[in-house]
Ligand binder design. Structure first.
Ligand code: ATP
Length: 228
């Protein structure tokens, strides 16, 4: 029930000491966003089956995910929304904005600058870079496009650790080397190149062509079968 004047006492969450599995970590922002909505409408508690219906995640998975985070719920009561939200906010450091740059303001790069990951409160593309003089000095929805030479300076200024790579295949490795030298620690690689970087740099590859072809392959070869 919402609108009650008596607020339940919310204990201060403490962080788990062990590492949580990556599959769980990936789901935490989904929980967070939904709990934010519940909180906004004044809901004070939620059960794993409510969460399961809303997020289409099996309740046992939700209970297991939350069990990694510590003692968050009581049997028969469910989870305290404020507590869980506060916990996840701390856990995800939602209030800490991660600045990101994008290199290669072509068709895909422009689309990503426009998108600017608007659903996430904690990531923001601060600048695009390109070598085409016609693009340098312009902006995409308010995000400035700079010459490549300015990359080290902008990365320092905005404390950037993550870059999105949307240059042509032929420029992918040299741009990666340049980003690594400038101090970037994570690269979201939209090029088909298999990049080489020191082990301290994490690279995530997103090859949209392969993804689409894989989907079509499965539809053709395994029609009617459910994916997991
Ligand atoms: P467009 O049609 O605007 O050229 P595209 O996505 O088809 O877009 P690509 O050839 O993939 O074009 O290039 C993507 C962008 O990367 C272009 O804006 C291009 O100027 C830029 N680019 C090419 N080489 C580099 C590089 N070494 N560093 C940074 N940007 C580069």
């Amino acid at each position: 029930m919402c609108g009650s004047s008596q607020k339940p006492e919310v204990p201060t969450p403490s962080m788990p000491e062990h590492k949580i599995p990556q599959v769980t970590a990936k789901r935490l922002p989904l929980y967070y966003r939904y709990l934010e909505k519940l909180h906004a409408i004044g809901k004070q508690r939620v059960s794993s089956s409510d969460l399961s219906d809303a997020l289409q995640i099996d309740p046992a998975t939700i209970r297991r995910d939350f069990s990694y985070l510590g003692e968050l719920g009581k049997k028969g009561y469910g989870y305290n929304v404020t507590y869980l939200l506060q916990f996840l906010r701390d856990f995800l450091k939602q209030d800490e904005v991660t600045n990101v740059v994008l290199v290669g303001v072509g068709n895909l790069g422009t689309a990503l600058l426009r998108y600017n990951f608007y659903r996430s409160h904690n990531t923001k593309i601060v600048a695009g870079f390109d070598l085409d003089p016609a693009k340098v000095g312009t902006d995409v929805d308010g995000i400035p496009v700079y010459a490549l030479e300015r990359l080290p300076e902008v990365i320092k200024l905005h404390n950037v650790e993550v870059a999105i790579l949307t240059v042509p295949l032929s420029a992918a490795q040299s741009t990666t080397d340049y980003l690594v030298d400038a101090g970037v620690r994570g690269i979201l690689n939209f090029t088909p190149a298999r990049l080489t970087a020191p082990s301290r740099v994490r690279i995530h590859n997103i090859d949209l062509t392969i993804e689409l072809q894989t989907l079509i392959y499965f539809l053709k070869n395994f029609p009617g079968e459910e994916s997991d």
